[in-house]
Design a protein around this ligand. Sequence first.
Ligand code: GLU
Length: 293
Amino acid sequence: MGSDVSDHATAPVGRFAPSPTGPLHQGSVVAAVASYLDARARRGRWLLRIDDLDPPREVAGAADLIVETLRALGLEWDGEIVYQSRRGAAYAEALAVLEAAGATFPCGCTRAMVGSGPYPGTCRNGLPRGRRARSLRVRVDARVIGFDDRVQGRYAQRLDTECGDFIVRRADGLVAYHLAVVVDDAAAGVTDVVRGVDLIASTPRQLHLQRLLGLPRPGYAHIDVVRDARGVKLSKQSGAPAVLPAEAPAALHAALAFLGLAPPPEALGAPVRELLDWALPRWALRVPVAADG
Ligand code: GLU
């Protein structure tokens, strides 16, 4: 393994990767705008991927609505949209690499058997008698996996004590999010992952998979998430209202304000392209102020 820094030194490639579990809400608009500005302010490419990996969680029509809203926000992506639902062959190849390296094992545990703590290693050295294989897990070890986040600073985990061997192919046969994300980001040449801080705890698992698969490591910036008046992160589950295409200019103005760019009030209602052009030269990732000042 090399150092803890990103493997990339070339023109940036960013991406936005929404899951079509519902329309965009203000929190996802902020993530989209941040990753867009971060790539475009450095004359980089910006890609769009629809993470439709999990048909049971998908909402009919959400992917198309997300695409329409991004267009209305003026966030133009490069190239074709990538759909994870069409990337099965690449995931199968990555799973085969992990299996051939002896990095995985079949697991016969149900979710209830594992509970909420780290995976206890039940099937690590072979399926217990009478159990049949359900999922496929990747082995983790005792090393500390850390990285320097451009917003949050140093972040590290020991996977063995914090999550244990984790699932890369689910019992229903679907590929796990962590595997799909690292395979897709590498295939697209993504150099900079900008996403909500709610995903930071999954990054060490993704770094572990990158190392096992010999994939380059992108840089990471986990931005603060938008919260509602109760302090709860905006999400579909928290009942966050949808941002529909017609609301794009106001949503963009609010997203820029959240990201610390303070667009002038009179810019409310300005065409989205004008707002983005105003924001690009002013873009900087905002590092949160520590509680102790
Ligand atoms: N599709 C994931 C989500 O919407 C995000 C993936 C990522 O940014 O790495 O939560």
